[in-house]
Design a protein around this ligand. Structure first.
Ligand code: TYD
Ligand code: MG
Length: 466
């Protein structure tokens, strides 16, 4: 293009350089430079103004400022509403990211159905044709009385169309395919993504329209495009899951209108995404029985307790340095626990390969899973089976002590609801619990107690064997 030259832009901090660099000298990010086009003169570059003030009338005393009443609108999928903090806030901008094929377009088309019953929705697709969208909508049984479809990638045209239709919600699938005429760079480039998002956000804030932007992810799993995109929007939702499995989890990485701890669980079926109201039951469905190395745990995601099963496989190593393959729990935490078990209980993990996995593809990232993970590891190396109806939760310290965890009553109730008979928990937690929760509580002070209990439980289950 005449009047333009190639530059390289850091996707983290937008530092520009005339040549490609491996490491950004400004923010220190590695491999963050992407090609872009710079205008020699930029008289036509768009005004980067996102108006969030009502009158722009200068500073005001904080005590006189009134909190607005957010109007939330149900999306029709209560799992998604929970993650959003109770529904989509009118006038907010949400960025939904996820790997290709995970179900972003399906999810958004599905919410159009309920949203369309009481709000006007404009679904803009830069990736699929009208025909493709229609076919998909039919498969998902979407009525869409108030739904308008537009296949367009030019943001100016989209916003002009929005001025005509006056929608309450605009869905832009995806922001990486959109471009602004005023911006000289190619669609998908850092500047274009930012300018297009800016234009949508400006519209949302000045007209009170909700905007949902779909964002692609890069190789590392982060949102493709400038980091500033995540700062500009009100909520960043990530749609995760293993494409080979039917389960999908949506979580908020940022939410100005709600908590970021909540998760929503869906199952991909022939008729689109179905909500999973009872994820614990789903996660426990494929439990193997009578094999060593398995232990159930109850974690809390936001306000919801979730029971999952940790599996460990410990086998003698054939390598000079043993392998550690860890999925679903933190790798470093697992190594730390292995060191604690080796030092305190004298179990020789250094001569064994260790594989850890969480059934159902869940990621458990709270310290309360320590005890169950330790039990799974001990069970596998000693080849002792942990009883099926035993559940464990607690944090383990470096001396092997069991530390208290939060929301223990909720966890115990969920375990009891799922039919677990015994719960191994830190003794400080046990003191706080009410008497009859319908489950036998075994308080433990350290992993030494755990080992004793395991032996005892085993004897009770199979007296002849012991
Ligand atoms: P899609 O929403 O197109 O993914 P994204 O927009 O995140 O790239 O979903 C694609 C996958 O979902 C596709 O591989 C097929 C599957 N799918 C179903 O299994 N059932 C359905 O009813 C639909 C619409 C899609
Ligand atoms: Mg899509």
């Amino acid at each position: 293009m005449k009047g333009t030259k190639l530059i390289y832009v850091c996707s983290e901090c937008e530092y520009t350089s005339p040549k490609w660099l491996g490491k950004c000298p400004h923010c220190g990010a590695w491999n963050s430079f992407v090609e872009d086009v710079a205008l020699k003169e930029t008289p036509a570059s768009p005004k980067r103004v996102v108006s969030i003030t009502a009158d722009g009338g200068g500073a005001r005393p904080f005590c006189e400022t009134e909190a607005p009443d957010y109007i939330r609108t149900a999306t029709g999928l209560s799992e998604l509403d929970r993650v959003l903090g109770g529904g989509l806030v009118l006038g907010s901008v949400v960025l939904l990211s996820g790997e290709p094929g995970i179900g972003k377009s399906t999810l958004l088309l599905q919410i159009c159905d309920t949203l369309g019953s009481h709000r006007k929705v404009l679904y803009v697709s830069g990736e699929e044709s009208e025909g493709q969208l229609k076919l998909r909508a039919e498969r998902l049984h979407i009525q869409g009385d108030n739904l308008f479809i537009l296949t367009e990638t030019n943001v100016e045209k989209i916003l002009a169309e929005a001025d005509k239709i006056k929608p309450d919600v605009i869905i832009a699938d995806s922001v990486q395919t959109m471009y602004l005429d005023q911006s000289a760079s190619a669609a998908g480039s850092v500047t274009q993504v930012k300018d297009s998002a800016m234009a949508f956000i400006g519209k949302a804030k000045s007209y009170g329209i909700s905007v949902i932007l779909v964002g692609h992810v890069n190789k590392e799993g982060g949102i493709a495009g400038p980091k500033v995109l995540e700062h500009m929007v009100d909520a960043v939702l990530c749609f995760e899951g293993d494409r080979r499995q039917a389960y999908r989890i949506i979580r908020a990485n940022k939410n100005r209108y709600g908590s970021t701890n909540e998760i929503g669980v869906f199952e991909m079926t022939d008729e689109g995404l179905c909500e999973v109201a009872n994820p614990s039951q789903m996660l426990m469905a494929d439990r193997p029985d009578d094999s060593s190395g398995n232990c159930a745990v109850c974690t809390v995601e936001g306000t919801r307790p979730l029971v999952a099963e940790i599996q460990a496989l410990v086998t003698p190593t054939a390598f000079p340095s043993p392998r550690r393959t860890v999925g679903g729990v933190d790798y470093n935490r697992t190594c730390l626990l292995l060191a604690v078990l080796e030092k305190r209980l004298g179990l020789r993990f250094s001569g064994h390969d260790v594989y850890v996995n969480v059934i159902g593809g869940m990621t458990l990232d709270e310290p309360a899973v320590d005890l169950a993970l330790a039990l799974a590891l001990i069970s596998s190396i000693t080849d002792r089976i942990i009883p099926d109806d035993l559940i464990a939760m607690g944090e383990i310290g470096l001396s092997g002590e069991c530390r208290a965890v939060s929301q223990i009553e909720q966890r115990i109730k969920e375990a009891a609801r799922l039919g677990f008979g015994t719960a191994v928990i830190p003794h400080r937690c046990a003191e706080k619990l009410p008497a009859d929760l319908g489950i036998r509580i075994i308080p433990v002070k350290s992993i030494f107690d755990v080992l004793k209990i395991l032996r005892k439980e085993r004897k009770e289950q199979a007296p002849d064997e012991a």
